[in-house]
Design a protein. Structure first.
Lengths: 186, 182
């Protein structure tokens, strides 16, 4: 028997008796699944065969007994609960996508901030160097120490500056008025 | 469903409202537990939502939905069977004797008395639960969802010949279990 033929048989056939073609035809007839010519042939057999008629009757009555089975419908809050779950799933999915896209390049958002910090440090370093060289000429402090002193504020607050997201964020921050009252219409 | 695949929330809500009772009813007939049936129905809708982008209108939506439901029900039954095996070990009772036990408990010393509707309901449920998982699913889809052999085949991934065989065996088994109460 080919694999295709096996798939066409009842998958539970190994745990039951061999298939009975006449029974299959009878059940298909009762289910309205028999082709018209096959149905006509079976009706002739039913008319002449008392045992077959009795078997058909019992199968039909047994099938109708299933009507007594209790049915169940969704509870009153089922729709709300389901839609709430979908909402949570949807939000979680959106957040995951956001995290996934940003985690693909963890330094992407930090790059502008890094450039900004390096630029700031460079500017302060250059300015500080010039000032330090002038200062060291008068105070005796070395150039390196003078540069450190000049950038002391930056170095002390480096930890706070590190999490700054990007240049755009800083620009937006800069545009926020320090005194919100100024934004109020008169 | 096409609107759902375009992230139309209202369309999804309509879909849930339209199919929730059928889905809960289907699961209830399979697992006989209202809470579990609702949980499984909810999970089925979640899976529909997750897979909305992949839906292709080549088959009826109800067929697609019940295919998801059938997979969930199968997993649930297999999981329950495994749990029962673990909890009972080798002392598990032969399922074929369960119906007789129910009959004895229900009928007591008067086997010929008229059974009331609750008792009959329990007997029928017990008879259905003795069917194999696939037979039970086919019976529920055909009897309560009024699906054709072809639709049942699409839901269960079988050919119509296999469905025909599955249902004839199921009906024969039901007849053997219940014919003394006809």
């Amino acid at each position: 028997m080919s694999e295709e033929q096996l798939n066409e048989r009842d998958p539970d056939s190994d745990e039951a008796a061999p298939a009975d073609p006449q029974l299959e035809e009878l059940v298909a007839y009762l289910d309205g699944e028999l082709a018209s010519d096959a149905a006509a042939l079976l009706e002739k057999q039913l008319a002449s065969n008392q045992n077959l008629r009795s078997a058909a009757d019992k199968l039909d009555r047994t099938w109708k007994m299933l009507d007594v089975m209790e049915d169940a419908a969704a509870g009153a809050d089922f729709t709300t609960r389901t839609l709430d779950s979908i909402q949570i799933l949807s939000s979680a999915s959106a957040q995951t996508q956001e995290i996934t896209s940003s985690s693909r390049d963890p330094f992407r958002n930090l790059a502008p901030a890094g450039l900004l910090l390096w630029g700031l440090a460079g500017f302060l370093g250059t300015t500080g160097g010039i000032l330090a060289s002038r200062l060291s000429a008068t105070t005796g402090i070395s150039d390196a120490d003078a540069a450190l002193l000049e950038n002391l504020d930056l170095l002390q607050n480096y930890g706070d500056m590190r999490p700054l997201p990007d240049l755009e964020f800083l620009q937006q921050l800069h545009q926020i008025p320090l005194n919100p009252a100024q934004e109020q219409p008169e | 469903m096409l609107k759902v695949s375009e992230d139309d929330q209202t369309a999804f809500e309509q879909l849930v409202v339209r199919y929730q009772d059928r889905l809960v009813g289907f699961f209830f007939h399979i697992v006989h537990d209202r809470t579990v049936a609702e949980d499984l129905a909810q999970e089925a809708f979640l899976r529909v939502f997750r897979a909305r982008d992949r839906y292709e209108p080549t088959a009826r939506f109800s067929t697609w939905l019940f295919r998801i439901a059938h997979n969930l029900a199968s997993n649930q039954i297999r999981g329950a069977v495994r749990r029962r095996e673990v909890s009972l070990g080798n002392s598990s009772q032969d399922s074929s004797s369960n119906l007789d036990t129910v009959l004895a408990e229900q009928s007591g010393l008067m086997p010929t008395r008229q059974l009331d509707s609750d008792e009959m309901q329990q007997l029928v449920r017990q008879a259905v639960s003795q069917l194999s998982e696939r037979q039970r699913t086919a019976v529920v889809l055909h009897r309560f969802e009024e699906m054709s052999y072809e639709e049942i085949g699409e839901v269960m991934g079988l050919g119509t010949v296999a469905v025909k065989s599955l249902l004839s065996r199921a009906r024969m088994k039901l007849k053997e279990s219940l014919e003394r109460y006809l």
